[in-house]
Structures are given as structure tokens and as C-alpha cells.
Design a protein around this ligand. Structure first.
Ligand code: GLU
Length: 305
């Protein structure tokens, strides 16, 4: 009964989303992403029992971008434990994902690990003491293990495209270095950061990769339960940048967005959901992806509240 309801619901949402004229605006500050067709839409759900449901373009790979920050945070906490919080906070920022002003006011300690400055710090922590290649292999390997799928890769063109135009991220990294909050050379940390953001996967792969965050019976146990709860707490409070409050109000689930138009949302103990629609709203979060999650959560009665 429930399984049929999930598939019916995904099919209906996908059909409705195809008719929408206002789809938001694709991220154009990374030239490779500016070329993506905004008419694509995909949604996938993996339940705690291990069933997978998909609708739309769920076999098309897209750029995960900031969604990878959840996986990198999990790895950084695994490496350094609570010491990591000396370098980065865990409060919502109330500012844009790439804001510089707050970093200056707060002496080079980013508000949280999901805004760019904070993710540059967690990437730096994963990189410390080794080569970028090794750090990237660990990050990609973690996502592959989480998804149970080795066919997940970094899109080199997207990484190079961001590297060539990432002036703001360079500014953030140098600012962090100026406050002695980088362990590696800014160029090394940023090269690793741009590459991990350029991980490409489908909604089906992403929903599977999110299983460890719902405490699934099936799938790999990559992170201990108390840490899973905290990762979810961070997603709930900081996962949508300056739109995190609005997302919690509308959808009511812990989630992380990326400027590639993807969102990973977790129904603790029940399901992992991945949605992708490349057009973004004014906060840099997927416009139709958010609408789709709002509908799905409402129709399935999924909420943490
Ligand atoms: N790579 C992007 C950046 O650093 C990630 C931003 C996002 O997905 O929100 O600008």
C-alpha cells in the first residue's frame, strides 16, 4: 500500500513539475553549470526497508556541489572528532552561502560547515597531512560506499570551471589563512574543495548515499548513531543557507542543497530522498526541488516535527 503511494506520489509530482514555467535560474557563476538544461527534473526515494522509487530524469548525473559538504563533514569529524568545532561553528549563518563579511566580523571562524568558508575548513581538515589525491579518494570513496555504487565520479570540467572563476572562494580561503585557520596552502585546499564539489551523481545514487543519515536497517553503517543525529541537526539548521528557516517551515525535514540544483532530504528512520531541478531560487536552493519536497512531505505525512 505505502510503496504504491510513494511511486504514485513521485509520478504525480514529476508530471506537475514538467508544466511549471517559472523554474528558477541555473547557477551561472560556474560557467559549466550555466549550460545545464533547466527543464530537467528527477526525484528518488530509498526507504529504510531498502526499496527504491524513482521518477523523471533519475538516471541523469548532476553536480552535487554543496551536498558533498555533508559527507566531507562526516569524514572530518571522523578524523578529528569534536576538535573540529574549534575551527568552525554550528550556528545558522543568516547570510549568503559565499558571504565574506561575517567571516571578517567573526575573526576567521566560519559560522557552520555548510557555508562555503566552513566547508573550505572541513575540506582542509580532511586534506591535512596528505596529498589532495588521497583526500579526494577518501571523499569519493565515502560517497561510493554510502551509495553502494562505484560508478560515482568527479566531473573534471566542472571542477576546472569553478577553479578558473572561483575568485570569491579564493578570497575566503586566503582570509581563513590570514586568521591561521587553514592547515594547508590555500590553493591546495581550494583545489580539493572544488573537486569534491564537482562530484557527479544521479538522484538514485544520491538517495542511496543518504541511507546512513536515516539510520537505515539496510545499507552501510558509516557513522555512529549520535553523530548521525548531529549531522541531521546541522542539515536542519544550516542546510539551506539563508533559506534554512523557510525550508524547515515548508518541508520540515533535515536537508542539504547544492547550487547544481540537487537536494538531499532525510526522514529519520523512514526514508532518504534526493531531488534535482537545476533552477535555483534567490538563496541558491533548487526552486522546484523545494516545491517537490514540500508536496511529498505533506502527502506522505513525513516531518520531524
Ligand atoms: N562549489 C560551490 C561554491 O563553492 C558550492 C556552493 C553550493 O553548492 O551552494 O560556490
Amino acid at each position: 500500500m505505502i510503496p504504491n503511494r510513494i511511486q504514485t506520489c513521485l509520478d504525480q509530482i514529476t508530471k506537475d513539475m514538467a508544466t511549471r514555467a517559472d523554474r528558477g535560474v541555473v547557477a551561472d557563476y560556474i560557467p559549466e553549470l550555466a549550460q545545464i538544461d533547466p527543464h530537467q527534473f528527477a526525484i528518488s526515494v530509498v526507504t529504510a526497508e531498502g526499496q527504491t522509487y524513482c521518477a523523471g530524469d533519475c538516471q541523469v548525473g548532476f553536480s552535487a556541489q554543496s551536498i558533498t559538504k555533508v559527507f566531507t563533514l562526516a569524514i572530518a569529524l571522523g578524523r578529528s572528532g569534536d576538535q573540529l568545532w574549534q575551527r568552525v561553528g554550528r550556528e545558522p549563518s543568516g547570510t549568503a552561502f559565499n558571504s565574506i563579511v561575517q567571516l571578517e566580523n567573526e575573526n576567521g571562524r566560519p559560522r557552520n560547515p555548510f557555508m562555503n568558508a566552513g566547508a573550505i575548513v572541513t575540506t582542509d581538515e580532511v586534506l591535512a597531512g596528505r596529498e589532495p589525491k588521497q583526500a579526494l579518494a577518501e571523499i569519493v570513496g565515502f560517497v561510493q560506499a554510502a551509495a553502494g555504487d562505484n560508478d560515482i565520479h568527479i566531473n573534471e570540467s566542472v571542477a576546472r570551471s569553478e577553479q578558473a572563476h572561483g575568485h570569491r572562494n579564493f578570497a575566503l580561503a586566503h582570509f581563513l589563512a590570514d586568521h591561521s585557520n587553514l592547515k594547508n596552502a590555500p590553493e591546495m585546499t581550494l583545489g580539493t574543495y572544488f573537486h569534491q564539489c564537482a562530484i557527479e551523481l544521479t538522484t538514485q545514487q544520491l538517495a542511496r548515499a543518504g541511507r546512513f543519515l536515516m539510520g537505515a536497517k539496510h545499507g552501510p553503517r558509516l557513522v555512529a548513531k549520535p553523530r548521525v543525529r548531529r549531522l541531521n541537526a546541522m542539515m536542519m539548521t544550516c542546510g539551506h543557507y539563508d533559506g534554512s528557516g523557510e525550508f524547515a517551515f515548508r518541508v520540515g525535514l533535515p536537508a542539504k542543497s547544492g547550487v547544481g540544483g540537487g537536494i538531499l532530504a532525510i526522514v529519520p528512520g523512514v526514508a532518504s530522498i534526493a531531488v534535482w531541478s537545476p533552477g535555483l531560487d534567490h538563496n541558491g536552493n533548487s526552486k522546484l526541488g523545494t516545491e517537490a519536497l514540500e508536496r511529498l512531505a505533506h502527502e506522505m505525512d513525513w516531518s520531524v516535527f
